[in-house]
Design a protein around this ligand. Sequence first.
Ligand SMILES: CCCCCCCC(=O)SCCNC(=O)CCNC(=O)[C@H](O)C(C)(C)COP(=O)(O)OP(=O)(O)OC[C@H]1O[C@@H](n2cnc3c(N)ncnc32)[C@H](O)[C@@H]1OP(=O)(O)O
Length: 155
Amino acid sequence: MKAIQDYYPEELSHCYGCGSQNEHGHQIKTYWDGDETVTRFTPEPYHTAVPGFVYGGLIASLIDCHGTGSAAAATYRAEGREPGTEPLVRFVTGSLKVTYLKPTKLGPEIEIRGRVRELKERKVVIDSRVLVDGVETALGEVVAIRMPADFGKAV
Ligand SMILES: CCCCCCCC(=O)SCCNC(=O)CCNC(=O)[C@H](O)C(C)(C)COP(=O)(O)OP(=O)(O)OC[C@H]1O[C@@H](n2cnc3c(N)ncnc32)[C@H](O)[C@@H]1OP(=O)(O)O
């Protein structure tokens, strides 16, 4: 099964969170599991906050790209299209909110499960849960905005 990120074109595959071409990045992969999107990531020992627990910025980063990837996957699904078909659907982060419920144990695989709360043409809101060993440790909300064709060009 291909992940939504596997359909990103080369020029959009350099993101630190989800770009398959970024050798220093997380290279996350997001898949459908029924009505939920799922990303799994095993942190390294250096992803430490305090010994034994995962750095919160890593969790935010995973929620971020899980959210934008889920937004793209959900849009293709809502339109009844295969991912990667034209016109390409890509999202950037408009806002990112993370609520840390309890410390996230460092070592086991982290699972992020997302649900679509709102889906419009230009804006998709993804709610995420972060789980380790079945324990919910954080919640995320990503407002994903359709990437403008001229993204970054006016800066
Ligand atoms: C695809 C491969 C790359 C994936 C990368 C994924 C993760 C990333 O790190 S992306 C990088 C970080 N993000 C950015 O740099 C984005 C910078 N911001 C921008 O470019 C623009 O502000 C952008 C595109 C988000 C919004 O553009 P803008 O023209 O203002 O949108 P606009 O038409 O006003 O708003 C559309 C809708 O989005 C909403 N919206 C826009 N910005 C936000 C925001 N920051 N928070 C919440 N909602 C927002 C608006 O309220 C509007 O909603 P509604 O339709 O309900 O009224």
